[in-house]
Design a protein around this ligand. Structure first.
Ligand code: SF4
Ligand code: SF4
Length: 343
């Protein structure tokens, strides 16, 4: 039982922080058209600083750390970081572009419960074009290598569905099957914020070249409807993480961006049970909402229940923020799941 997490879900004060998403670096070895992360930032947290942070997080009840970036495997001391949290018995998940898995899977897979690989197309041409680097084959080899290991972690594929790949939805499901992964999940492309590296540091595609137009939304809906018939078992078994209705939410989102309907209603309490920590120590209540401070300036403890974050939690709970209405990636932990310590 985790009473502290339970209390989190019913109030705006965090008694514990079970989930942390940690951008270990903003360096990346791909050049995605929709993202400007390329080089590691100057002044990313040192291993000593991460050790101090890890102690504070553990003392505050950390259960599950999700590594993101940039590309986490590019960080030279990444194995040390995994070892550190492993020693604290924290569950670890890796979000990776998969390019280095072929080389590194043997060393690092043992740390993870799940490795989530992002793939942007069901064909090499689409994936490579959107990712800016010929990487498709190497990523699939990395997945194969990981799955061949004794005690391999769960491997899954995640795809951001957008204008340039939505017609390959069926191909992506076939690809996931051929690759032998546990499941595939889909989300819409965020075009409303600088989350996921859409900032001013590099040239990224404008929203019109990512978001679907009216005809394309219709086409996506038809594709989903056909898949709902042809891939019934994949939906019911959870191999496709989202139900057909949930996939239609992606179409709803793009339709709402065109001003044709309201954004689909989101259920999210990410700021009550989690935080995002960037490679330079900024803490955010989730991927999309502004930072409420930096751990270098004030340490971790005073930030986690600052007035500003408590006010954000209240606004999220009351569904007051436009950003929440337009959100593409939510996280919801029910009161029961929190009480049962399911993180
Ligand atoms: S979207 Fe991910 S893989 Fe692509 S450039 Fe950005 S950080 Fe790298
Ligand atoms: S709905 Fe999105 S923007 Fe709002 S708190 Fe959840 S993750 Fe953050």
């Amino acid at each position: 039982m985790n009473f502290r997490a339970f209390l989190n879900t019913i109030s705006n004060t965090a008694r514990t922080l079970p989930i942390v998403i940690f951008y270990v670096t903003e360096g990346c070895n791909l050049k995605c058209l929709s993202c400007s992360y390329r080089d590691a930032l100057p002044g990313e947290l040192s291993f000593d600083e991460i050790k101090t942070l890890a102690k504070s997080l553990k003392a505050f009840g950390l259960k599950h750390i999700v590594y993101s970036g940039g590309e986490p495997l590019l960080r030279r001391d990444f194995t040390d970081i995994c070892e550190l949290f492993s020693g604290m018995k924290v569950k670890q998940t890796l979000l990776t572009n998969g390019l280095l898995l072929d080389k590194r899977a043997g060393d690092i897979s043992k740390y993870f419960t799940e490795i989530i690989v992002s793939i942007d197309g069901g064909t090499p041409g689409t994936h490579n074009r959107l990712r800016g680097v010929n990487s498709f084959e190497l990523i699939l080899r990395g997945i194969e290598k990981t799955l061949s290991l004794k005690d391999a972690p769960v491997v899954s594929i995640r795809t951001v569905l957008q204008k340039n790949n939505f017609r390959e939805l069926g191909d992506m499901i076939k690809l996931a099957k051929t690759a032998g992964v546990k499941r595939i999940s889909f989300l819409a492309a965020d075009v409303s914020s600088d989350a996921y590296g859409r900032d001013t540091r590099g040239k990224v595609s404008d929203s019109n070249s990512i978001a679907l137009n009216e005809n394309e939304v219709e086409e996506l809906r038809n594709i989903i409807n056909k898949l709902a018939e042809s891939n019934k078992n994949d939906f019911s078994s959870g191999f496709i993480s989202e139900s057909p209705a949930k996939l239609h939410h992606i179409a709803d989102y793009y339709e709402a961006l065109l001003g044709k309907c309201a954004f689909p209603k989101n259920l999210c309490n990410a700021p009550m049970v989690s935080a995002v920590i960037t490679s330079t120590g900024d803490i955010h209540p989730c991927f999309f909402l502004p930072s409420f401070g930096n751990i270098r300036k004030s340490g971790f403890d005073p930030l986690i229940n600052s007035d500003s974050v408590k006010s954000t939690r209240r606004q999220v709970r009351n569904y007051e923020l436009t950003r929440c209405h337009e959100c593409v990636c939510t996280l919801y932990t029910s009161t029961i799941a929190a009480l049962k310590d399911r993180f």
